[in-house]
Design a protein around this ligand. Structure first.
Ligand SMILES: [Zn+2]
Length: 122
């Protein structure tokens, strides 16, 4: 890099002086008084412009149910995974035996080639 392209520390600092994050513009909920993002539903009570948009309690219950279902399914799936690994072990042992047999055939083929090469030499 040529010296003319060099940016001094001060130049870098001046550029980065505008990079700080601004505070979010929060407004007070008319229903419950909690702070929420502007033009968004209040996460505490689910109200927006004096109307209930989201049933927060029902949503939380649904989320809990979903979590419970998820944990139950993960337990069941973990059992399945264990079964799968056992199957994989069996197949691996089979493949290993196949490999050893293949290696034996390869060696035999190499020997044949050597023998043919010797014949050619003669
Ligand atoms: Zn609210």
């Amino acid at each position: 890099m040529s010296s003319r392209m060099r940016v001094t520390k001060g130049h870098t600092g001046n550029r980065r002086s505008h990079h700080h994050i601004k505070e979010p513009r929060l407004s007070k909920c008319a229903n419950c008084g909690a702070y929420h993002l502007r033009h968004r539903v209040c996460p505490e009570c689910g109200y927006y412009r004096g109307k209930m948009v989201v049933d927060v309690v029902a949503k939380q219950e649904a989320r809990l149910k979903k979590m419970q279902a998820k944990t139950a399914t993960t337990e069941a799936s973990s059992n399945k995974v264990e079964e799968k690994t056992e199957k994989n072990k069996k197949t691996e042992s089979e493949t290993e035996s196949n490999k050893s047999s293949k290696a034996a055939t390869k060696k035999a083929g190499a020997k044949k080639k050597e023998s043919t090469a010797k014949k050619d030499e003669k």
